[in-house]
Design a protein around this ligand. Structure first.
Ligand code: SF4
Length: 329
């Protein structure tokens, strides 16, 4: 196992301040770190999940598309949709040339349609500013539309095999449980400590493999609500194994209508418009009756606001006529 580059990496110590763990010192020596690395990578060599986007030297374009899809869509759905999407949009040029309505139709079944538009805008920026080649520095990647810190680091690691930290919600959860002695499934390591640990723990030269392995373990064993410690490949190294009581995550309220979040309704509206022939539009009243066969007086004003928001986001056009709602072309 390759030793971390910085000599100070042989001992990492800090004081987390999670709720009930406050004051517990975190100390992970190099031997423990190397043991964890061997367990994780050994397991991954035999049990890595197989996905169409996971190939030895992936095309950076495919990594960008798959990582964008993975942000809010289940892997099984992406397995099915990614090959179809790549057939329609095999490269940045094809993606950059598409219009809103066409790519929203191609995105069918993926949810969060804004992502499709951001991905297309990103392709246009790659063509205009980088000659059609995805850049390979964090600053350039972060300057592209829709690329946040996670996606930029995932591209650097998975597509360009750079030694970088990749931290998503699953890896945050895994590191928290692995290196702290937690007692409920809700606790997580404080972010500054997580960033520190994440920078220490991954084996240099194997960032891509390591982070994908951690994602697989987190997704299959170290799940948010009910970790499967009995079957987990890193149980013997884990400080929280078999210790955590299930705790319901805090309820995060979001704007809703009739008991469903607005984001679900937005998806339904785009789905209805996607089903229309490309030369057909629909009126607000008709759209309302399709969504709500039994009308409530709050539906009309609410739907006005939702359609206006979809229009602002570039997903729909309302046209001149009262019945002019359609996907934006
Ligand atoms: S042993 Fe349990 S808590 Fe620890 S990483 Fe595995 S599943 Fe998560």
């Amino acid at each position: 196992m390759k030793r971390p580059e910085n000599a100070s990496h042989n001992q990492t110590t800090a004081s987390p301040t999670t709720g009930r763990s406050a004051g517990t010192a975190l100390s992970v020596d190099l031997t423990t770190m190397e043991r964890v690395q061997a367990m994780v990578l050994g397991w991954y060599a035999a049990h890595a999940r197989r996905f169409v986007w996971r190939v030895p030297n992936p095309d950076p374009y495919v990594v960008l598309v798959s990582e964008t899809m993975l942000q809010q869509t289940q892997t099984a759905r992406i397995q099915e949709k990614l090959p179809l999407f790549l057939r329609q949009y095999p490269d940045f040029s094809a993606l950059a040339a598409t219009d809103n309505a066409t790519i929203i139709r191609a995105w069918q079944g993926m949810g969060y349609n804004n992502r499709a538009l951001r991905l297309r805008d990103c392709a246009r920026a790659v063509i205009e500013r980088f000659g059609g080649l995805l850049p390979d520095t964090a600053d350039d990647l972060r300057s592209l539309p829709g690329l946040g810190p996670y996606t930029a680091s995932a591209i650097l690691s998975f597509a360009f095999h750079r030694d970088v930290v990749v931290l998503d919600v699953n890896i945050r959860r895994l590191y928290s449980r692995l290196f702290l002695q937690l007692t409920t499934t809700r606790e997580v390591m404080p972010e500054p400590l997580l960033v520190h640990v994440a920078g220490e723990v991954y084996p240099r030269g194997r960032s891509s493999e390591w982070h994908q392995a951690c994602m697989d373990i987190a997704a299959q064993y170290c799940t948010a609500r009910a970790p499967r410690c009995l079957f987990c490949p890193i149980t013997k190294a884990c400080r929280s194994a078999f210790r955590m009581a299930e705790a319901t995550p805090p309820h995060v309220s979001e704007p809703s209508h009739r008991g469903k979040p607005n984001r679900i309704w937005r998806g339904r509206i785009v789905e209805l418009l996607r089903g229309l022939p490309s030369d057909q539009t629909i009126g607000l009243a008709e759209l309302k009756s399709l969504l709500f066969p039994a009308e409530d007086e709050t539906d009309g004003p609410w739907l006005e606001r939702i359609v206006a928001a979809l229009e602002r986001d570039g997903l729909v056009d309302r046209g001149e006529a009262a019945n002019g709602i359609r996907l934006r072309s």
